[in-house]
Design a protein around this ligand. Structure first.
Ligand code: AMP
Ligand code: MG
Length: 317
């Protein structure tokens, strides 16, 4: 039986979601980035169910979602830079990887046994209501089978995981459409682990130039696995026209079968990217060709997702 889909703006539905989460259940929630699959971060059994539902490798740590800094302080060391970044960008699409407090009420399995923890305060009203009503951190990776295209509508969640979870909160389409930007603040220089919905330049205005992750961090940031966000079709990037057997995802002046943004607007392209990949994949073409996307602003994260979507699927590093 597929999980019920209920309106996220109904307080009675939020109460029902909290009761399910307290009982160790799995609830899909809208956030401004993509739909997340929420579980009680302190309940090891619930988090184990979450990994199983997604088919997610257990070495891939989860982001704990908090209402704001005061909930974050209980979970992690909080350097000045974290305070400044949270002040500027929380709630919003920025995840901070921080030293985990030994007494943090987070199940070890949630952060893959690391001594760090990734924290984010989502901006979406429904996610905020749910975390506040639950009154504690919720882990919430994207609500899709591991390795596939992230969901940006409740229907996407139902299609991928409907029969493996307890409830889907419908808050409409996700406004940002790309996962959060992930920054590590672990004592060394601030490091960009994953480009995402908050452009690098805005963060660097506060942190100065962000470091690239070294090889040790690369394994610790498995959203960085080369194959991820993958449609069934093969992908070809930087395409000006479609070849035989291809459908073309356009951008700007390159129109294609669908256009991410005829106006060449990167925010619009980000919002619609995952839905467009799903729609083109559903046409059954052997290959999806994608027009060039400028690598500036949100384009860095769009290109990151496209490159992972195009990577060979057996390449997990
Ligand atoms: P996902 O929830 O699948 O979108 O991805 C979570 C992202 O946060 C991945 O890129 C993880 O590698 C990253 N992440 C979560 N926890 C940690 C951590 N403790 N250290 C480094 N990266 C983390
Ligand atoms: Mg994901």
């Amino acid at each position: 039986m597929s999980a019920p889909v209920k309106p996220a703006n109904d307080p009675a539905v939020i109460d029902e979601a909290v009761a399910l989460l307290k009982a160790g259940g799995l609830v899909a929630m809208p956030t401004e980035t993509v739909y997340g699959l929420a579980a009680d971060a302190g309940n090891a059994d619930a988090v184990a169910r979450l990994y199983a539902a997604k088919g997610r490798p257990r070495f891939n740590p989860l982001i704990a979602h908090v209402a704001g800094p005061s909930m974050a302080w209980r979970l992690a060391g909080w350097p000045d830079l974290a305070e400044q970044l949270a002040e500027a960008f929380w709630p919003g699409p920025l995840t901070l990887v921080l030293p985990k407090r030994p007494d943090a009420p987070i199940a070890d399995i949630a952060n893959a046994g690391l001594d760090s923890i990734a924290l984010r305060a989502p901006r979406h009203t429904a996610a905020q209501s749910l975390i506040r009503a639950f009154d504690g951190p919720l882990v919430a990776p994207s609500a899709n089978p591991s390795g596939g295209i992230s969901p940006t509508t409740a229907q996407h969640v139902a299609d991928g995981l409907g029969d493996r979870i307890d409830l889907i909160l419908d808050g409409g389409a996700c406004p940002v459409g790309l996962e959060s930007t992930v920054i590590a603040l672990l004592g060394g220089l601030p490091t960009l682990l994953r480009p995402g919905g908050l452009p690098r330049r805005q963060i660097e205005a506060i942190t100065g130039r962000l470091e690239e992750p070294g090889s040790s961090e690369t394994l610790l940031a498995p959203g960085m696995m080369k194959s991820h966000y993958a449609p069934n079709a093969a992908m070809r990037l930087n395409a000006e026209t479609a070849e035989a057997g291809e459908v073309l995802l356009g951008f700007g002046a390159i129109d294609g079968d669908l256009n991410l943004s005829a106006a060449g607007d990167l925010a619009e392209a980000a919002t619609g990217l995952f839905a467009a990949l799903r729609a083109l994949d559903a046409r059954g073409a052997a290959r999806i060709a994608v027009a060039p996307i400028p690598n500036e602003g949100l384009g860095e994260a769009i290109n990151d997702r496209l490159q992972r979507a195009a990577a060979p699927k057996d390449d997990l590093t």
